[in-house]
Design a protein around this ligand. Structure first.
Ligand SMILES: [Zn+2]
Length: 283
């Protein structure tokens, strides 16, 4: 541990966590209810956590009557989760682009409902699950809606073999989607396999999964240099709990030589800006 103090001792905002109310055998998600998440947050000094939707259309087994519009159902479930601990669990809305959601008016009215009525704090876009590139024109309407509501958006970003072009969720595709816009956005997972592309971009970069991958492949010294190259003001602490654990990140952050100020920015100061709908400092 560095003289800057342990990662656990710093109060944190986790910008990327999931609540799993119903376990499904065909995913890597295990049951993880709000009270389990709150216990972990207590133990690891995490002040609040952004709860991102899971983006599985069938994810509402207890409410089959809502199957007609899984997006509305998912957003309501997100609001229910947030009500269990309003200041600590900050839920984001989900999005879809098929059916009526190809229509601009429907997109705007559902996001307005999610933010203004349900109190959700931003939007999650998962290009791979939507099976479309991040710069798809149908997603532009969602970005317009996000800007109108002045809330942040987070993009899943980890190109993989399930995406034949290997670029649906690559950072370069997200940067292309955002180019010329004032949208406040986060590239999650540090871009995964395409993490070097975050060096050329702007906006926020979330550490969920990506930091663990890069630490494993290249070591913590590389991680430290990479975070500084990306720009400490752009980096947000995200975990993908419960898929990964808070301990996984403590090991990496404690082994890096970041200063106390750099750690505090990554731990919570940058996240406060993001949640307030403001771009990274100096951008
Ligand atoms: Zn995730």
């Amino acid at each position: 541990m560095s003289s800057a103090g342990s990662w656990r001792s710093i109060p944190k905002i986790d910008v990327h966590a999931h609540i799993v109310l119903h376990q499904r055998d065909d995913t890597d998600l295990v049951l993880h209810e709000p009270k389990a998440q709150l216990r972990l947050m207590e133990k690891h000094n995490v002040r609040c956590a952004c709860i991102l939707p899971i983006n599985y259309p069938e994810y509402f087994p207890l409410r089959p009557e809502r199957a007609l519009d899984w997006l509305r159902a998912n957003n309501e479930i997100q609001a229910d989760i947030m009500r269990t601990a309003p200041e600590r669990l900050l839920a984001f809305a989900d999005c879809r682009i098929d059916g009526a959601y190809a229509l601009r008016e429907r997109v705007h009215s559902e996001l307005r409902r999610a933010i203004e009525e349900l109190g959700l704090r931003g939007l999650k876009i998962h290009p791979s699950n939507l099976k479309t590139p991040a710069d798809d024109g149908r997603l532009r309407q969602w970005l317009d809606a996000v800007d109108a509501q002045r809330v942040p958006v987070v993009f899943h970003s980890n190109p993989s073999g399930s995406d034949p072009q290997f670029d649906e969720s690559a950072p370069r595709t997200i940067y292309r989607a955002i180019y010329g816009r004032s949208t406040v956005f986060t590239v999650a997972h540090m871009g995964g396999a395409a993490f070097l592309e975050t060096l050329g971009g702007d906006g926020y970069v979330g550490t969920s999964y990506g930091l663990l991958l890069i630490a494993d492949l290249h070591g913590v010294d590389f991680c430290e240099r990479l975070l500084r190259r990306i720009g400490i003001d752009r980096v947000l602490f995200g975990t993908d709990v419960p898929i990964f654990s808070y301990e996984d990140y403590e090991r990496v952050f404690d082994a890096m030589g970041l200063t106390r100020e750099e750690m505090e920015k990554i731990a919570y100061r940058n996240a406060e800006r993001m949640l307030a709908g403001r771009p990274p400092l100096d951008s």
